[in-house]
Structure formats: C-alpha cells, structure tokens
Design a protein around this ligand. Sequence first.
Ligand code: PGA
Length: 249
Amino acid sequence: MRKIAAGNWKMHKTAQEAKAFFELFASLVPQAKSEILFAVPFTALPSAVEAAQGKNFLIGAQNMHDEVKGAFTGEISAPMLKSVGASFVILGHSERRHLFLENNAFICRKLRRACEENLRPILCVGETQADREEGKTTAVLQTQLSECLEGLSFENAQKLMIAYEPVWAIGTGKSATPEIAEQAHLICRTALAEKWGKEAAKKIPLLYGGSVTEETIEALIVRPNIDGVLVGGASLDAQKFANIVNRIN
Ligand code: PGA
C-alpha cells in the first residue's frame, strides 16, 4: 500500500491563500512517493481543485451533512462536494465531536452517504486523556468503530480510510509515541478484521494524527500498522508539510 500524507487545514486559508500555497507546495514535492491529500475549507475547494489539476495531490473536505439536500441551513452535502471536485471527506474529527456535538450515529449516516456518493471518507477515532488514564482506550476505539461503521457494506469498506487521532495529541505538540500509535492502530486493525476479514482490513489505510511534525514523521511511518498521517498545524506551511511528505518512502 502506498503511504498517505494528508493535511487537515481546519478553519485556515482563504481561496487566494490556498492558491498561493499550492503553487509553492507543488514545486517542493516533485519526487513524492506517498499519496498526498488536502482537506481544505469549503470556500477554498474550487481554487484548491484547480491548483491540483495535473499534480500529485488530491483535494477533499473536512465535513458534510448526511442528507443530499433539504432545509439544513449552513450545511453542505456530498453531491455539492463532488460537484466542485472533492474526492474525499474527513468525518467524525474530534473537533466536530466535541465542539459541535456530533455523535457516532450521525457520523455513521454521513459515512454511508459519502460512500454512496463516491467520496472516500476518512473516519477519525480517538480517546481522550481521561479515557486513556482510566484504561478505556481499547473500548472507546472499538465502540467508535463499530457504531460509526454499522451497516457499511464490504464493497464500501474499500473506499474507507481511518485516522487514529488521540484527542490529547491534537494541537498540543504532544504526539503519541510510535509505540502508543502502533498499539492503537493494531486495535483498529483487529476490529476491522473482525468485521470484514483479515485481508480486507489490511487494505484499509490507518493514518495517525496528532501533532505530527517533520521531527516525528520518520519514527511513526515505519511502524507496520501506520499507513499514513493526518497532519493539522504542520500542513499549513508549504515547506513544513513538504518536509514531512519528503521523509515518507
Ligand atoms: P495537529 O492536528 O497536527 O495540529 O495536532 C491534527 C488533526 O486534528 O487532524
């Protein structure tokens, strides 16, 4: 499997800033071996998609609604994302879960819709500091996976990517150690194998996210169950993210 380097810009960059970023970024990663993804704000999607034409990276969104249309003021649907060229979408990010109160059932509906509309979902899961201290990490990951993936067909599972993002590591500068990340990825891999079989589970990319930097990438990416990374803060700077991408073989 090709390794994946995904950037999550969160609520950063206007359309113009995105354009300038990609002009510089493209010149910094001519030899990239990994699959490169950028989850950009909705308003930057068209300019990002245009900038990515003929380049070695894909553009996606950070959220969507599960219905295709209707009276949902302020929301964006999967067909709308497709119509501007998005090819994937992040779902269930911990900021959506904690700040916008999204639960597993809602995330599950979004996930099924994304697959139906041929948008590859990146499902985020992860425990809080308190969960970890109370020894609940395995149970939390298993519950998030089983409830978010309920009813997802074997065929649609082929489109799925999972990001393990421990809440305590996001934006804190305190990345999980490669050992902790690998352990959590193994828990996820095992849960996926129980659902869809070992072979299918092996093909679902498992990304690690939480304070990944150019300093931490190499030790993480060599672990057997870490297929890629989801990078927040360090993906906002073209040179820093290029340094991460260029350290992935
Ligand atoms: P971070 O964010 O790299 O800034 O910790 C990761 C994420 O939230 O996806």
